[in-house]
Write a protein that binds this ligand. Structure first.
Ligand code: TYD
Length: 209
């Protein structure tokens, strides 16, 4: 099963993931965790180019293609092989980040982006996507507190608001794949909710097989 975590800045995805993976491993699942951009040696090099604050001259189409290059490598080298051997993949961001950030954030054509994403992923879609939804100002304040600010974090507030609204629209359009979780709650509660959703899906899946 392929599970992705999505959300705007400061939604806490990256800190929830290791604990979640530990829990699922203890429950007996063969879990692989990864993240985007990056997750492979080639993808990590692309990640450095994408997030480097000195690359202010980066053109929107260049950025879109670099995200897809990192993704294509990750899908073929890491995600598909693990899924093919029956494992569970937990990925911190995936294709929906492109739709939310480059599509809804920058206002690029969503259908055009879907075609490029489809090429990069070879059509691989998550079975379940968790949206860690958080108020934009609260999320950005959290990021500033930990001092972990990247090139995309320094865009203005409306950009991040559009990203969040984009996520909510994507979730609404595909309610079977997406589950929205209120990430403004204390982290322990968020973790509990995530586990509950995933365990329910895993059980439902077992029954289908
Ligand atoms: P990262 O430091 O991993 O942030 P986070 O902890 O929020 O996941 O940086 C990834 C940044 O790249 C983040 O701002 C979201 C952005 N992004 C896109 O704009 N498009 C994409 O397709 C992906 C995967 C990420």
């Amino acid at each position: 099963m392929f599970i992705t975590l999505e959300g705007p800045e400061g939604s806490g995805k990256s800190s929830q993931l290791p604990e979640l993976a530990d829990f699922l491993r203890k429950a007996g699942y063969d879990v692989l965790t990864t993240r985007e951009p990056g997750g492979t040696p080639i993808g990590d090099q692309v990640r450095d180019v994408l997030l480097n604050k000195e690359n202010a001259a980066m053109q929107p189409r260049t950025e879109i293609l670099l995200f897809q290059a990192s993704r294509a490598q990750l899908v073929d080298q890491v995600i598909r092989p693990h899924l093919e051997k029956g494992g569970l993949v937990l990925c911190d961001r995936y294709a929906d980040s492109t739709l939310a950030y480059q599509g809804y954030g920058y206002g690029r054509d969503i259908n055009e982006l879907r075609a490029i994403i489809n090429f990069a992923t070879g059509g691989l879609k998550p079975d379940l996507t968790l949206l860690l939804d958080i108020d934009v100002e609260l999320g950005l304040a959290r990021r500033r507190k930990v001092g972990d600010v990247n090139r995309l974090d320094i865009f203005e507030l409306t950009f991040h608001q559009n990203v969040r609204q984009g996520y909510l629209r994507l979730a609404q359009a595909e309610p079977r794949r997406w589950v929205t979780i209120n990430a403004g709650q204390p982290p322990e509660r968020v973790q509990r909710e995530i586990r509950k959703v995933i365990l329910e899906r895993l059980r439902a899946r077992k029954q289908e097989l």
